[in-house]
Design a protein around this ligand. Structure first.
Ligand code: GSF
Length: 202
C-alpha cells in the first residue's frame, strides 16, 4: 500500500498511527494538495489527503474508511470491536474528533487563504464554537477513564490524540490543557506510544 499525505495533516496522522499500531508495511509519499502543481485529483477527485493506493492499484479515500478497513487486515492491536453498540460508540468518538478538526481546519483556511478584509468573523466564531463545545464534550465523555472507551486503547484514542496534537500544533492559543486536564493527561499518555512519537505534526 502507498499512503499519500502530508506531515501536518491530522487525518493523515490518524492513518499513519493505525498502520504503525497494526504493524502494517506501507510506503509514504508526501503531497502538497495546496500547491498549483498538485496531481492529487488524479487519485482522489476530492483533492484531499490522505489517499491510499491499494495493492491492486485502486484508491481508497477518507481516513475513516481507511482505518476501519486497516483494522480488519490483522488481529494485531484490534482498534474496533467487531460490531454492536461498543463499535458505534467508538465510531462516534472518531466522528467527534474529526468534526472538531474539520471546524479547526475551516478556521485555519479562512485565516490563511483569504485576505483579512474578506474573512468572516461570524464564520470563524461559529467554527470556534464547535471546537470549544467538541473539546468540552470529549472531556465530559472521557471523565476519569484511562482511555476514551474505558479501560482499552482503541481507535477513539487514536482519533482524539491526533485531534489534540493538531490543535497544539496549529492553535497553541487554545488552552485545552488548562480547561480540560483530563484531555491533557490522555494526550500525554498517547504521546509516549511509538506510533504517536513517530508522527508528531510538522
Ligand atoms: C478529510 C481530509 C482533509 O480534509 C478524511 O480523510 O478524514 N474527511 C477527510 N484533508 C485536507 C488536508 S488537512 O486539512 O489535513 C485536504 O487534503 N484538503 C484539501 C482540500 O482541497 O480541501
Amino acid at each position: 500500500m502507498k499512503l499519500i499525505g502530508s506531515l501536518a495533516s491530522p487525518y493523515v496522522r490518524k492513518v499513519r498511527v493505525v498502520l504503525a499500531e497494526k504493524k502494517l508495511d506501507y510506503q509514504f509519499e508526501l503531497e502538497n494538495v495546496w500547491a498549483s502543481e498538485t496531481t492529487i485529483q488524479k487519485l482522489n477527485p476530492l483533492g484531499k489527503v490522505p489517499s491510499l493506493i491499494m495493492e491492486d492499484g485502486t484508491v481508497m479515500i477518507d481516513s475513516r474508511v481507511m482505518v476501519e478497513y486497516l483494522d480488519t487486515l490483522t488481529p494485531v492491536c484490534k482498534l474496533l470491536p467487531p460490531n454492536g453498540r461498543e463499535r458505534a460508540d467508538i465510531k462516534c468518538w472518531e466522528a467527534l474528533a474529526d468534526g472538531v478538526l474539520d471546524a479547526g481546519v475551516l478556521v485555519r483556511l479562512e485565516r490563511t487563504l483569504r485576505p483579512p478584509e474578506q474573512q468572516s468573523a461570524d464564520w470563524i466564531a461559529r467554527q470556534l464554537r464547535k471546537v470549544e463545545l467538541g473539546l468540552a464534550s470529549m472531556s465530559d465523555k472521557l471523565g476519569d477513564q484511562p482511555y476514551c472507551a474505558g479501560i482499552h486503547y482503541s481507535l477513539a484514542d487514536v482519533a482524539v490524540g491526533c485531534a489534540l496534537g493538531w490543535f497544539a500544533f496549529r492553535f497553541p492559543e487554545i488552552d485545552w490543557r488548562g480547561t480540560h486536564p483530563n484531555l491533557a493527561r490522555l494526550h500525554d499518555k498517547l504521546a509516549e506510544r511509538p506510533s504517536f512519537k513517530d508522527t508528531v505534526p510538522q
